[in-house]
Design a protein around this ligand. Structure first.
Ligand SMILES: Cc1cc2nc3c(=O)[nH]c(=O)nc-3n(C[C@H](O)[C@H](O)[C@H](O)COP(=O)(O)OP(=O)(O)OC[C@H]3O[C@@H](n4cnc5c(N)ncnc54)[C@H](O)[C@@H]3O)c2cc1C
Length: 520
């Protein structure tokens, strides 16, 4: 049974920055980072726009960033958390810079700050349009330089270990987390990881929808694990749909994103007749917050019956576009679109989860020694709708908070002496593994058709009934089949979808990204 001091589940910005801080501060503590894909596959890697933070104090201020965040969150942000994240942001950003991560500068040598929907000032630090790639790449390099960190790929965390697995009668005391059962995808074995402190940094849930900007790893595993372990999970109804995913064949299960910053530079949304339409929905037009732009596009698509609208970038100079968005430019060229002559077909896609595992201002979940941060956590920063480029910031600030909290007792707490091995079956080869694929696709259809941008009571009810059938079928497969990553993921996706539907049904008022047309 591998024993470690700190177990980090996930190798995106949240997991990596936390691990680095612990490793640098406590050279004698052993840190294991487990990740289910390759070392860099994550939502982080695909982040384009950048990180929102106030470093230009001439035009911008903490008050303005706080106000923009609260406005986007539509009354459901925790103001204390918003203030803390905004005010700690610059310090965390400079730490990234000191670790060697680059952000674009203007000719004057100051940071080139981008503007995105919902922001009243230019405050987005970015590296071209591949900010996430730059962050992920440099963090992995730093991680590999640390003697006391072991990063293991193809290791899928299946379940958290708490008193439930120790078969102790439940007392009224808070549950404690002692580690995790992990599926080694190479050896096909379940390994028990015993740890003093565990961080869930497993990212988002986009794959529960058919059309998403998230890579295939984003299956809500951490949230489902935490839910099974009886941690509190909330605000799951607030799924953010990005207004402008490229309406073209998916690449590796995800839609390519056309960053908000393209609209910040002047791109205009148009319908199939080439008419601009955002003025009908919001005075900020293209720069309204994501929920408003996504609903506007959804409405236009319903009126026209078309599959996509267009983003017109023809008024932006080619030089500017290529300089700011080389990756988007190259992707458009690859599919035969010259952005100076043709408009880009775009459609909304599931992008970000504002809710998740409840944590306090220090990243502590409702289970002892279990932290959560990054996209899987619900911190109170985003409320009903995340302000663009606030999520990398949140991950950075909360990873630091988790580190500070871990620091308090990491040298005094002890590993649990006896933890039972995994008692799940792992025996028969399923005759028809295709059933898992069918159920995954069916789940994505249910969520896209009934639990999308605009919901109704009837649609949610339908989704709930269908999810119950999928749940029963999948549990049956789970009891009978040889265990596999696809089966674990399917199970987690069903739990995640169930939480989204159930919490959507309980919501009695439309807020931010949540919209049920029966509640108007
Ligand atoms: C296309 C795109 C563009 C974006 N642009 C921006 C932007 O410009 N600015 C911004 O602020 N935000 C942006 N976001 C959102 C932001 O990238 C994410 O919210 C953030 O990167 C999440 O970081 P994380 O560390 O929490 O999770 P991730 O980066 O997703 O990392 C999760 C990690 O957990 C691992 N994992 C998951 N399940 C398991 C399991 N069961 N066992 C083991 N490992 C597991 C994954 O393999 C991965 O390593 C964007 C997102 C996307 C998809």
């Amino acid at each position: 049974m591998p024993k470690t001091d700190v177990l980090v589940l996930g190798s995106g910005i949240a997991g990596l920055t936390y691990a680095l801080k612990i490793a640098e501060c406590f050279p004698k503590q052993k840190i294991v980072i487990l990740t289910k894909g390759d070392e860099s596959e994550s939502n982080t890697k695909y982040a384009q726009g950048g990180i929102a933070t106030v470093i230009d104090t001439l035009d911008d201020s903490y008050e303005k960033h706080i106000s923009d965040t609260l406005k986007a969150g539509d009354g459901l942000c925790d103001p204390k958390v918003v203030q803390m994240v905004v005010e700690e942001g610059p310090k965390r950003l400079y730490e990234l810079i000191n670790w060697g991560i680059n952000f674009d500068k203007s000719k004057l040598g100051t940071y080139d700050l981008g503007l995105e929907g919902g922001h009243s000032e230019h405050r987005i630090l970015h590296f071209k349009d591949i900010t996430g790639y730059e962050i992920e790449r440099k963090l992995i390099i730093k991680i590999k330089q640390q003697q006391n960190i072991t990063l293991l790929t193809s290791h899928f965390a299946v379940d958290l270990i708490t008193e439930h697995q120790l078969k102790r009668p439940r007392s009224k005391q808070k549950l404690t987390c002692y580690g995790a059962y992990v599926f080694n995808q190479k050896t096909q074995e379940i390994v028990t990881y015993n740890a003093k402190t565990i961080l869930l940094a497993t990212g988002g849930i986009g794959q529960v929808y058919r059309n998403t900007t998230n890579p295939i790893i984003a299956t809500g595993d951490g949230i489902a694990m935490a839910y099974r372990a009886k941690a509190q999970v909330s605000n799951m109804e607030f799924v953010q749909f990005h207004p402008t995913a490229l309406a073209h064949q998916f690449s590796h299960g995800r839609s390519f994103l056309i960053s908000e910053a393209v609209r910040g530079l002047g791109a205009i949304l148009k319908n199939e007749h080439g008419e601009a339409f955002m003025h009908k929905y919001d005075v900020r037009k293209e720069l309204a917050s994501r929920d408003i732009v996504s609903r506007a596009i959804d409405n236009e698509l319903k009126i026209s019956g078309a599959d996509f609208v267009y983003l017109d970038c023809t008024a932006i100079s080619k030089k500017d576009f290529k300089q700011h968005f080389p990756n988007i430019y190259a992707q458009c060229i690859e599919i035969g679109i010259d952005i100076n002559k043709q408009m880009i077909p775009v459609t909304p896609a599931a992008h970000y989860l504002c809710g998740g595992i409840d944590v306090d201002i220090n990243g502590c979940t409702s289970i002892q020694h279990l932290f959560a941060c990054g996209e899987c956590a619900h911190t109170g920063l985003h409320g009903a709708n995340r302000l663009a480029s606030n999520s990398l910031l949140e991950a950075l600030v909360f990873a630091h908070r988790c580190f500070i909290e871990t620091k308090k007792n990491i040298e005094t707490i002890k590993n649990k002496t006896s933890i039972p091995d995994w008692d799940g079956k792992n025996t028969f080869e399923t005759k028809e593994r295709i059933l898992i694929t069918h159920n995954r696709k069916e789940l994505q259809s249910i969520m896209s058709d009934y639990v999308g941008i605009i919901r109704t009571h009837e649609r949610l009810h339908r989704a709930s009934k269908r999810l119950n059938v999928l749940f029963e079928e999948t549990e049956d497969l789970y009891q009978k089949s040889k265990l596999s990553t696809s089966l674990f993921e399917l199970r987690n996706m069903i739990s995640t979808a169930y939480l989204i539907v159930e919490q959507s049904m309980k919501r009695v008022e439309n807020k931010g990204g949540f919209y049920n047309s029966d509640l108007i």
